[in-house]
Design a protein around this ligand. Structure first.
Ligand code: CA
Length: 614
């Protein structure tokens, strides 16, 4: 009895400063934050057993704890801080107390990078690449302990071993090719059981997948890219997470994700957001249904979820000195939250580039989300840029060579004629294909001519061109064979590859010609201001020929596209008199040929001319 009293007394007398057995703070997100932010608000998500029953304090100068928020899960505590201008970089000691129990956590406060955001605009050419499939710079990270999926290069939907180092090692290749921006498919941790290579099932918002490298490796890639004048765009997903995200073991709150009695899929009809006649049930399913069985749908209407997501993007921008974000499935999450997100990011980092993936057939639908678009329902997305799918689809029709060429070119002409819907169409990201679509070369019947027409068009019309890795060597990929085949390994990216595009060893003459053509046209475009920002004037296509001009007060470029598969065409300059006036000759930058006579142009079948007028 005495012994027991003594034990109780000892227990009672344990100094309060000792950590409580079994009680740890497992993580705090964001893992660090920054001084010098315009908006000093920061919300920490603190995770640990019963942490919700603790209070928190700090005496760090310039850091004030405003409020704490608790949810229906006692293992989470949300702490609202304000970081004032007086705060300097250092380690913030956070003290969590519950009665006499006390836990300490050192929280890093870093300096925000100095320079302004570089942004991305129509002077850039973006190169989209998939980290798992571009180049394997470090075979030792192909398999990492703790990661579920093992590498399997023979499986089109398996992990192939590409990584951040592989990209960094080949930045000189990209520089030579003439690209000024790279967009990486997501590189955040995707610790899923299978098909984790594509990266769209995030399992940790603050951690690079170790099979690609570390967060610091990403930062290093951005630094090295900047040295070569190449900007970096990070792919983010706010709509959903991977089913093996750490939250799924212990959700921060019951309403953190949208939950149904049984699996409920989205209807993928983002038009329900702007359709004035949309049924509420359809709109609800669009927003709340899951994108896939392995992709739980986040509830962005929960303010804690909103803040968490917004902070992830601010953190990656400040941490890595990023230039842009491509937001996946932009039109799936709650639209008002997405609008507040874009505003918060661009308020904090003026000029920062965000392109939202909005996948619709019609310019009217795309324009709903466009920069400065004033919609009749009052919605404003605050998005700097949108993906121009209608132009992409029109290029397929125009250059596939199967239909009447005039028909196809008219589709292109008609699509662009709807640009009045966009306050600033120059901001649209334009492309021939991407990682989700049959590759353009395959789409157009493996025609090298169609490839050259498509590339000539996309590099000279209005907008921000984006090309998909492998376009420059006319890589093939058919969606009907599965998404994995749209994302084949880039030749030369793996040790021992028989063909190596980086060195030119073993590539075919077809690939070499395509590579030379791409290099030529991208490098020509690089400093051609009239193509970046000049006005566009186009003429009604006729007889399979489409003619347009890019011009400003000092320069003009005439583009002639003959989409006829077999016949040459001779066109009279008279029809284009209003655009040719004042010019006497020109140079076709594709053939290098001087054009002495602007009264008449003869153009070979399936050929484009890009004529700098003098
Ligand atoms: Ca690797």
């Amino acid at each position: 009895m005495i012994k027991k009293v003594f034990q109780t007394l000892v227990l009672f007398m344990i100094p309060a400063l000792l950590p409580v057995k079994g009680q740890v703070i497992e993580r705090i997100d964001p893992p660090s934050w920054f001084t010098g932010m315009k908006n000093g608000a920061l919300q920490l998500m603190v995770y640990g057993r019963e942490i919700g029953s603790y209070d928190v304090k700090t005496d760090y100068p310039g850091v004030e704890i405003m409020t704490t928020v608790r949810t229906d899960n006692p293992n989470y505590l949300f702490v609202n801080l304000n970081i004032s201008d007086e705060a300097v970089p250092g380690t913030v000691n956070l003290i969590f107390t519950r009665g006499r129990q006390k836990l300490a956590h050192s929280y890093p406060l870093l300096a925000r990078p100095a320079g302004p955001a570089r942004g991305i605009n129509s002077s850039d050419v973006i190169y989209l690449l998939m980290p798992d499939r571009f180049a394997n710079g470090d075979p030792s990270n192909d398999n990492v302990a703790g990661m579920t999926e093992q590498p399997d290069r023979s499986n089109p939907t398996g992990r192939h071993g590409g990584d951040l180092k592989g990209i960094e090692d080949n930045l000189d290749y990209l520089y030579k090719l003439g690209v000024t921006g790279i967009w990486l498919n997501p590189f955040l941790e995707n610790n899923q059981q299978h098909s984790s290579y594509h990266g769209y099932s995030t399992t940790d918002f603050y951690k690079s997948d170790p099979r690609y490298g570390s967060n610091d490796d990403f930062k290093s890639l951005v630094t090295e890219a900047h040295k070569r004048g190449i900007k970096v765009i990070m792919d983010m997903i706010f709509n959903h997470i991977g089913s093996f995200h750490w939250w799924m073991n212990d959700l921060p709150s019951k309403d953190w994700i949208h939950q149904f009695d049984e699996f409920t899929r989205t209807n993928y009809r983002a038009s329900t957001y702007m359709d004035p006649y949309a049924a509420e049930s359809d709109r609800m399913l669009m927003e709340k249904g899951w994108f896939d069985v392995t992709m739980p749908d986040l509830n962005q209407s929960n303010p804690l979820v909103e803040t968490y997501l917004i902070q992830t993007s601010l953190w990656w921008i400040a941490f890595s000195d990023l230039d842009g974000i491509r937001m996946d499935t932009y039109s799936y999450p709650q639209p008002d939250m997405m609008s507040r997100w874009a505003k918060r990011v661009t308020d904090e980092f003026p000029g920062f580039f965000i392109v939202g993936e909005v996948w619709y057939d019609e310019p009217a639908q795309i324009s709903y989300w466009a920069y400065n678009k004033k919609n009749s329902d009052g919605y404003r997305s605050n998005l700097p840029s949108v993906t121009d799918f209608p132009v992409c689809f029109a290029t397929h029709r125009a250059f596939e060579g199967k239909t009447n060429p005039t028909d196809g070119l008219s589709k292109l002409y008609n699509t662009l004629s709807q640009d009045y819907l966009y306050p600033e169409p120059l901001r649209n990201v334009i492309f021939l294909d991407n990682h989700d679509m049959t590759r353009f070369f395959t789409q157009t019947g493996q025609s090298p001519e169609a490839f050259r027409l498509g590339l000539s068009f996309i590099m000279t019309t209005r907008g921000i061109p984006q090309i998909y890795y492998g376009t420059e060597i006319v890589m093939e990929g058919d969606k009907s064979q599965g998404d994995g085949r749209l994302r084949d390994d880039f030749p030369g990216g793996w040790p021992g590859d028989a063909r190596n595009v980086f060195t030119g060893a073993g590539i075919t003459s077809l690939e070499k010609e395509a590579l030379d053509f791409t290099t030529h046209i991208l490098n020509w475009r690089k400093n051609k201001e009239v193509i970046h920002t000049g006005k566009l004037k186009h003429y009604i296509p006729s007889d399979g020929v489409y003619v347009y001009f890019r011009y400003n007060c000092s320069e003009s470029v005439m583009v002639i596209i003959n989409a006829n598969s077999k016949e040459s065409r001779t066109i009279s300059g008279e029809k284009y008199a209003e655009s040719l006036e004042g010019f006497t000759f020109g140079t076709d930058i594709i053939s290098g040929r001087k054009i002495d006579n602007l009264q008449s142009f003869t153009i070979a079948p399936q050929t484009a001319m890009i004529i700098e007028l003098k």
